[in-house]
Design a protein around this ligand. Structure first.
Ligand SMILES: C[S@@+](CC[C@H](N)C(=O)[O-])C[C@H]1O[C@@H](n2cnc3c(N)ncnc32)[C@H](O)[C@@H]1O
Length: 423
């Protein structure tokens, strides 16, 4: 709010909002979304331009820095690497900001009056990524620069699992344009999915190498990992969480929501779980295994993930259905776990969830705004949010992952919100 000069404009950042940008206001109240500023900072920004309906600007100079600024965690930030889009921010402050972003989304988009949002215990912020997507230029893997398609060559990556760092540094990827590297955090098995083709790729012998063209022609290739005391087959074309400690943390939070709900609600002898957007079967496997009287239906549209889920859940009473959720005839269920892609459930997904008449819906959202929009739709259908837990799978970035438990408003537990696992 402070000053406008020819070389830009001087603004005071208020708080981080969705997308990791800082909200600032001019004297007349007009909002400018600032890339690269932290809450409380006084910054000089380039002349703002309208993008996606909002005035947006990039920081040119930090005039008064935040005490939450830190030395960036990785030397490649100085080279322009944009793999981590919020480097140099205190980890605890960033998680607090994400909690605030989720609370704001639930209030503004979800119309939830006083949303309860907590943070799960922090996860390691180095060496954690077991899946990494990289660009390839001249046969070498690199990461995109911030807000650009340019590729920055990297010798390593502080957030990558150590056994992927070796592949980044030493791998040669022929004429490829992209590579997805994956390691089983518990098994050490490694894989490279190379686009468009794996011709002339040079990687250590243990790495399962497959081209996108071979996958399209029907080749199957996979590795295994272990999460929640189960072994998971994960194919090259299947989604899996980008870190296994994060997958375990999500399972723990989802289980906690379900257990809290069952503790305050009449428990039927037979419980049917719907795992919507099940991927390779993570939540159905983790929740149904070892629970007497539980059975499940898991739905997923990717052929590769469905094949993995059928393999991974073969020992459990879980039926895996290949279908888009929105075209799936919902069965009656007691509990729904829904973990949709970034766009969220939307009207069509919510209609399916609601048709199950489940007394609890646990929504796993990888976008705060989607969490807010889906909350509004579920509330309109008679579900009440009890608690949202932010699980920070993506330190040094704006990305948000949040688990929200909803219970049917006519369920006894809706009147006595369950205690938080992580107060
Ligand atoms: C965020 S992932 C979650 C997967 C799984 N729950 C896990 O944690 O590993 C979302 C999954 O939804 C699937 N998907 C996306 N859109 C879908 C749709 N419309 N219907 C069914 N599955 C869909 C994707 O293939 C992906 O496996």
């Amino acid at each position: 709010v402070v000053d406008r000069r020819e070389e830009g404009e001087v603004l005071r950042a208020e708080r981080l909002v969705a997308g990791g940008v800082a909200l600032a206001r001019r004297d007349d109240g007009q909002v400018v979304l600032v890339d690269g500023a932290l809450p409380g900072e006084l910054v000089r920004v380039a002349p703002p331009a309208v993008r996606k309906g909002a005035q947006r600007a990039i920081v040119l100079e930090v005039l008064e820095g935040s005490p939450d600024r830190r030395q960036p965690h990785c030397r490649h930030v100085a080279d322009g690497c944009g793999g981590c889009d919020l480097p140099g921010v205190d980890g605890g402050a960033l998680v607090e900001a994400k909690v605030g972003i989720v609370r704001d989304a639930l209030r503004r988009l979800g119309h939830v009056v006083d949303p309860r949002v907590v943070a799960a215990p922090p996860l390691p912020d180095h060496g954690f990524r077991t899946t990494l997507r990289l660009a390839v230029v001249d046969g070498r893997a690199g990461l995109r620069a911030l807000r650009s398609h340019d590729v920055v060559g990297v010798e390593g990556c502080e957030v990558a699992h150590p056994s992927l760092v070796e592949l980044i540094a030493e791998g040669r990827f022929g004429a490829a344009s992209e590579v997805m590297l994956r390691v089983g955090g518990a098994t050490g098995e490694r894989m490279a999915l190379v686009t468009p083709s794996a011709d002339e790729v040079e990687l250590p012998d243990d790495v399962v190498v497959v081209g996108a063209d071979e996958l399209a022609a029907g080749r199957r290739a996979w590795i295994h990992d272990e999460v929640a005391d189960r072994r998971w087959r994960i194919s090259a074309g299947s989604f899996f969480q980008s870190r296994i400690d994060g997958a375990a943390a999500l399972v723990a939070v989802v289980r906690g929501c379900v257990d809290d709900h069952l503790a305050t609600s009449p428990v039927p002898d037979e419980v049917t779980l719907l795992d919507a957007y099940c991927g390779v079967g993570l939540f159905a496997g983790a929740l149904v295994a070892g629970r007497t009287g539980w059975r499940g239906v898991a739905v997923e549209r990717s052929r590769s993930s469905v094949a993995d889920a059928r393999h991974n859940l073969a020992d459990l009473p879980v039926r895996v259905v290949r279908a888009p959720v929105e075209r799936f005839g919902a069965p009656r269920a007691d509990v729904v776990v829904a973990d949709p892609a970034r766009a969220g459930l939307g009207r069509a997904g919510v209609a399916v969830v609601v048709a199950t008449r489940a007394s609890q819906v646990v929504l796993v959202s990888c976008d705060a705004a989607a969490a807010g929009r889906d909350a509004a739709l579920l509330v309109a259908e008679g579900y009440a949010p009890t608690v949202s837990t932010v699980v920070d799978l993506f330190p040094h970035t704006h990305h948000v992952e949040v688990v929200t438990s909803f219970v049917r408003a006519d369920d006894p537990s809706a009147r006595s919100p369950s205690p938080s696992r992580h107060p």
